[in-house]
Design a binder for this molecule. Structure first.
Ligand code: ADP
Ligand code: MG
Ligand code: MG
Ligand code: MG
Length: 400
């Protein structure tokens, strides 16, 4: 069992029995593999008699993409479990508890969150999450501040960056988000109906200049430990609880990349609402909810980040009057730019989002795709000029 191989359901059950104080000896355990099987296996193991349950997540050594195998380091399982533990130390209520990490098997044992639902699914069902913006704003502020040069000793931070060198997963981001959508790449995938839009992206050199700048930031700005894949499919929610999962893309990068991911995914759902809302009034109401949430995410983040900065005694030179404002404005600009990049790739790149892709009506789907691209491109073009989150809201409202 100790040499790496993908576990069978039977082996997953046998492994789960070795976890102390969880299942009664001799309990009849059931196991379901609930991941999508492209990158990782996710086993849900439970004892129907006692109600006890656990999740085992195991990394696979490859990803299945465009019919080929793309090798991926198993080290990302270590990175995921260590990132979850750091996030858990900073925001214990906002991530699953990690019980154990088994390096030989690239396996993480963690809390079962099956009483939550994946936020993307909840948004497609047009549910509202009144606590979400506060929770994720706090998650972003605390995880980003306390892993940066502001919130930790600068020499320890340099050591910390070594723990999160994640070249394989960064390469996926560098290619699929910052490169392929802007050229005629094999990995791209889009409906023929919007070929005009895709081709326009390939030749838009003003847009390419902004994307090149943002990509350069992603490559070089080791600002804080990022989650790295903070879309609404990596967030579990209920009305009163938020849990962030799946930080296998974690690395030291620009803070705005994580904040932008959250905002982009709210805006992708916004773009898809013609396909989900039964009538114009309910569509307008839900879109209004999404935009309010996007603004609240930023304003909560900003308020908590500034409060941490003020309370935490940053080093003398960082404490210079005016520097905090400069820093936060740069964060806003990065956030807006990365949000735009994240929207564009979800329409023409390899991996799409269900908020748009599963819209049953072809016309509504095409309009959603065009809307998402229009918003995404405007955000990218605005990034360096932005001075207020209201500009992001305004771009979305004017696009419909
Ligand atoms: P991947 O990296 O392969 O996307 P995820 O960590 O996102 O893997 O997990 C895939 C799916 O498995 C999630 O969408 C969710 O349905 C389920 N899952 C993952 N972690 C948990 C958990 N802690 N509790 C319950 N379900 C989980
Ligand atoms: Mg998946
Ligand atoms: Mg995932
Ligand atoms: Mg993942």
């Amino acid at each position: 069992m100790t040499q790496y191989h993908p576990l069978s359901e039977r082996e997953a059950i046998d492994f789960a029995r070795t976890i102390p104080d969880l299942f009664a000896a001799g309990a009849e355990l059931s196991c379901r593999e609930i991941g999508d099987g492209n990158l990782n296996l996710v086993f849900h193991i439970s004892d129907p008699a006692s109600g006890a349950s656990i999740i085992l997540k195991q990394a696979l050594p490859y990803a299945k993409v465009v019919g080929e195998s793309w090798p991926l380091s198993l080290d990302r399982a270590r990175i995921e479990s260590e990132a979850l533990q750091i996030e858990g130390s900073l925001c214990p209520d906002l991530v699953p508890r990690v019980y154990k990490y088994v390096p030989e098997l690239a396996l993480t044992v963690m809390e079962d969150l099956s009483d939550h639902i994946i936020m993307r699914k909840g948004l497609i069902e047009r549910r509202t999450y009144p606590e979400f913006a506060g929770h994720i704003g706090r998650f972003l502020a605390r995880t980003l501040f306390f892993t940066s040069d502001l919130g930790m000793n600068q020499q320890e931070k340099k050591e910390r960056t070594k723990q999160f060198v994640n070249p394989d997963l960064c390469k996926i981001t560098e290619d699929l988000i910052f490169d392929h959508p802007y050229t005629n790449a094999d990995t791209n995938s889009f409906d023929e109906a919007i070929r005009d839009e895709a081709e326009a992206l390939w030749s838009d050199t003003a847009l390419h200049l902004e994307v090149a700048r943002l990509r350069h930031g992603f490559l070089t700005k080791a600002q804080a430990l990022l989650h790295g894949d903070l879309h609404t499919g990596s967030i579990f929610v209920t009305e009163s609880s938020t849990k962030v999962i799946d930080p296998e893309f974690a690395y030291y990068g620009p803070m705005g990349f994580d904040i932008g991911a959250v905002l982009a995914n709210l805006l992708l759902n916004f773009a898809g609402q013609e396909g989900w809302s039964p009538d114009a009034n309910s569509r307008a109401a839900y879109r209004d909810y999404l935009l309010r949430t996007a603004k609240d995410v930023w304003t909560t983040f900003e308020a908590e980040f500034r409060a941490l900065w003020n309370a935490h005694n940053v080093d003398r030179i960082s404490g210079t009057r005016g520097f905090q404002d400069v820093y936060v404005e740069q964060l806003l600009q990065d956030t807006i730019g990365y949000a735009g990049c994240k929207m564009v790739r979800r329409v023409v790149g390899l991996a799409h989002v269900a908020d748009i892709d599963t819209i049953p009506d072809a016309g509504a789907k095409e309009r959603a795709q065009r809307l998402a691209l229009a918003i995404g491109k405007s955000l990218i073009m605005r990034n360096r000029q932005a001075t207020s989150i209201d500009e992001l809201i305004d771009i979305a409202e004017k696009a419909i």
